[in-house]
Design a protein around this ligand. Structure first.
Ligand SMILES: NC(=O)c1ccc[n+]([C@@H]2O[C@H](COP(=O)([O-])OP(=O)(O)OC[C@H]3O[C@@H](n4cnc5c(N)ncnc54)[C@H](OP(=O)(O)O)[C@@H]3O)[C@@H](O)[C@H]2O)c1
Length: 268
């Protein structure tokens, strides 16, 4: 289907957004639905999923969702099946957003923490992508978008964040390889790399550094903001704006890229 034919199609593209009850994922779900996509979202906490779906529906948006843990391949299978069954359509847009922070002095990192960060931030991206390509119908679709929320920590090392940085570097590598693989198919694959974004995760990260550095969260925030040329955290909506743009036809020639939204923090 050509872009023009797609725009005229009665069925609007289905967008699956993971980790969409909070922060960046929530802003992405709202932005994509506002652009006219039919959004299916997930997070682990069922009550939050129900509330988010209800809130977005109350805004007049086409949004459904289910509880799912992206670390669990059975749950991932059920999630993609739920999206295609709900809208009776393939998944055209996948936003792999669910993620967690995690780190500390490397000598003290447990197997459990290491594997959970990698499972949540990296292995989930593979599991979801493979499932959407197969059961979700994307591998035979004439048009599609895969957008992975990585991080500027996927381009530069983050102090006391070895598991997190490793997972996000790997997500960018996966994105670049898959972008080349799918380029002839009409599906673009990109990573969006936020710097510091004001979300519940960002607040938890400040709490963690305040404990390690034996200082206040306000001091940590000042230190972080001093590193950002713009002098402030980005907003979830600013990250969602780039994700939304990548779903447009004007962005058809952007693929296999890792694009920052970071107030100048990253320069690669
Ligand atoms: N905030 C930043 O400064 C920043 C910077 C760079 C990159 N990022 C990346 O942006 C993404 C979103 O971050 P955020 O700051 O918006 O985080 P957040 O506010 O903590 O939101 C995370 C969302 O993901 C869900 N989630 C977490 N683990 C999940 C799992 N295993 N399965 C399904 N859903 C899961 C959470 O809901 P449940 O807990 O209910 O599952 C929640 O909806 C992450 O990939 C993060 O690494 C954030």
């Amino acid at each position: 289907m050509t872009p023009k034919a797609r725009d005229k199609a009665p069925d609007r593209p289905v967008a699956l957004v993971t980790g969409a009850t909070s922060g960046i994922g929530l802003a992405v779900a709202r932005d994509l639905a506002t652009r006219g996509h039919r959004v299916f979202l997930c997070a682990r906490t069922e009550t939050a999923v129900k509330q988010t779906v209800a809130d977005l529906q109350a805004e007049g948006l086409t949004v459904e969702g289910t509880a799912a843990d992206v670390r669990d391949r059975t749950a991932v299978r059920a999630l993609v099946a739920a999206a295609t069954t709900t809208y009776r359509a393939p998944v055209s847009i996948l936003v792999n957003n669910a993620g967690r922070s995690g780190g500390g002095a490397t000598a003290g990192i447990t197997d459990e923490l290491w594997h959970d960060v990698i499972d949540t931030n990296l292995n989930s991206v593979f599991l979801l992508t493979r499932e959407v390509l197969n059961a979700g119908g994307l591998s035979t679709a004439p048009w599609g978008r895969i957008i992975n929320i990585a991080s500027t920590a996927g381009k530069q090392g983050v102090l006391l964040g070895a598991p997190y940085s490793a997972s996000k570097h790997a997500v960018i590598g996966f994105t670049k390889a898959l972008g080349k693989e799918l380029a002839p198919t009409g599906t673009t694959v990109n990573a969006v790399c936020p710097g510091y974004v004001e979300t519940p995760m960002a607040a938890r990260v400040r709490t963690g550094y305040a404990q390690v550095w034996d200082t206040t969260e306000e001091y940590v925030q000042e230190q972080f903001e001093a590193k950002i040329p713009l002098g402030r955290y980005s907003t979830p909506e600013e990250v969602a704006g780039l994700v939304g743009y990548l779903t447009t036809d004007l962005a058809a020639s952007i693929t296999a890229q890792a694009l920052n939204v970071c107030g100048g923090l990253g320069n690669a």
